[in-house]
Design a protein around this ligand. Sequence first.
Ligand SMILES: C[S@@+](CC[C@H](N)C(=O)[O-])C[C@H]1O[C@@H](n2cnc3c(N)ncnc32)[C@H](O)[C@@H]1O
Length: 213
Amino acid sequence: MPKILYESQEKYLKSLRKEPDELLKEMEKFADEKKIPILDWKAAEFLEQLIIINSPKRVLEIGTAIAYSSIRIARVLKKGAVLDTIEKSKHNIPLAEKFIGRAGLQSKINILKGDALKIIPELNENYDFIFLDADKQDYENLFLFSLMVLKKGGVIFVDNLLWHGYTAAKTVPDTFKRSASIIREFNLSFLSNGSIDASIYPVGDGIGIGIKK
Ligand SMILES: C[S@@+](CC[C@H](N)C(=O)[O-])C[C@H]1O[C@@H](n2cnc3c(N)ncnc32)[C@H](O)[C@@H]1O
């Protein structure tokens, strides 16, 4: 697998990492063992810092999984702010509910159960911050739907835009060919969309940040 950071830099940053608390450590271990993809820890710290800087009142997350990133977002939200998070997997929803309960964050996090492609067009809310982390083949539509519910000046944060290094790789194994090509196309669309100012950063698995004009 190609690397986004040199191995030595990855190791160095890990050696400096502030220990996460027991719940986050348990969730990282659980996700790793069960092969449930969650946000890379560096990207999670980047996301938390942006949430702190932006002070959003209402955040939308698309792709809850076990609620690892939901908990990290909700913990740094200001008093009264809320996170709506969308998840369609019947397997992941109860896991997310269990971890949110253990984190004591039920009053800050609402799980919207179902397919985001159906849920977002029916939302009556507008959001200050949106985190997109769902199936890659849905990214383009979910991105366009997200822009409809993102406030002016709001931020969209998109994960996996360097796709394990494969979006920039000359040779891509067969199993990653389709997904790498979908993300490459998405990146062009993301960076050229006229309603946001967008950039892609080599943090974690590649983070796109767009600010709505
Ligand atoms: C990468 S995981 C999310 C990880 C989570 N954001 C974290 O960092 O802890 C992607 C999740 O999105 C869900 N998902 C994918 N496409 C979706 C869609 N169209 N609507 C709702 N959920 C979706 C999957 O079931 C999966 O649980």
